[in-house]
Write a protein that binds this ligand. Structure first.
Ligand SMILES: Nc1ncnc2c1ncn2[C@@H]1O[C@H](COP(=O)(O)OP(=O)(O)OP(=O)(O)O)[C@@H](O)[C@H]1O
Ligand SMILES: [Mg+2]
Length: 244
């Protein structure tokens, strides 16, 4: 199975379990999912239903037990649910390490670091160490780190959940601008139904309990730019909530 022109990642029959023998626990048991080119696919589902496990399998952080993941998984960026910053490196060096490991030419590093730190509102904190930052600031550094690489595909695991609502609103708007400009494809996990209604072109709701299965897929055809407070976004939010 390979991807088609308008699909950047195709997951087929994905299986993943944790533990052994009697303690074996199936988190993914034959899951199918595609990430369409240029789309923002939002995944929602109850805590523990397998969302982060799916993202970790796609990016290769977890070995899978079966099934296929096709697509250009080398050109992929990840915002983890936890920020995973190196506390002994400055903010700018945390981003630089990601640029180096993705073979971004060194002459571009300073500009990209500055640009993406400005975007997340942390230009003044470039030489701080992560332990000097609040949880929401650390999360914004991890967002800047993933965006700075400018990957074709972004996997984002609750990236805005640690932010106050005003900062989250600003970042969602900027995020939409960037991914439109760079024509990126996104798989985005959130617990926030309003955020999904605002950002997503497609919303996938998982069943309550693992193994993860798709309870409902909702296409979101509302034209961009959207107003998060609009009647249409709020109506869609209510529809999403009925399926969670
Ligand atoms: N490394 C691990 N070892 C054992 N069990 C794990 C491991 N990682 C996750 N699990 C279990 O797998 C299930 C799915 O976890 P996962 O982190 O994918 O959930 P999630 O949908 O992302 O939840 P949340 O919304 O709380 O982040 C949970 O029951 C969890 O306890
Ligand atoms: Mg999770």
């Amino acid at each position: 199975m390979s991807t088609t022109d308008d699909t950047v990642i195709a997951v087929r029959g994905l299986k993943k379990s944790y533990g052994v023998s009697a303690n074996r626990f199936e988190v993914l048991d034959g899951l199918d999912l595609t990430i369409p080119q240029g789309d923002i696919t939002c995944i929602l589902g109850r805590s523990g239903c397998g969302k982060s496990t799916l993202l970790k399998c796609i990016c290769g952080l977890e070995d899978v037990d079966g099934g296929e993941i096709d697509g250009d998984t080398d050109d992929l960026g990840y915002v983890f649910q936890e920020d995973r910053l190196l506390n002994w490196k400055t903010v700018e060096d945390n981003i630089r390490i990601a640029l180096e490991s993705n073979d971004i030419p060194s002459e571009e590093h300073d500009d990209r670091i500055q640009h993406y730190l400005e975007l997340v509102g942390l230009a003044e904190n470039a030489t701080d160490y992560p332990l000097q930052l609040s949880g929401g600031m650390r999360q914004r550094v991890s967002i800047a780190r993933a965006l700075a690489v400018e990957p074709s595909i972004l996997l984002m695991d609750e990236p805005f959940s640690a932010l106050d609502e005003i900062t989250a609103r600003e970042l969602r708007e900027k995020f939409l601008e960037i991914i439109t400009e760079l024509d990126q494809s996104v798989l985005f996990v959130t617990h926030n139904a309003t955020e999904a209604a605002f950002l997503a072109s497609r919303i996938v709701v998982f069943e309550h309990e693992p193994p993860a299965a798709i309870e409902r897929t909702i296409d979101n055809d509302l034209p961009y730019p959207r107003d998060i407070d609009s009647k249409e976004v709020q109506e869609l939010k209510r529809e999403i909530i009925t399926h969670i």
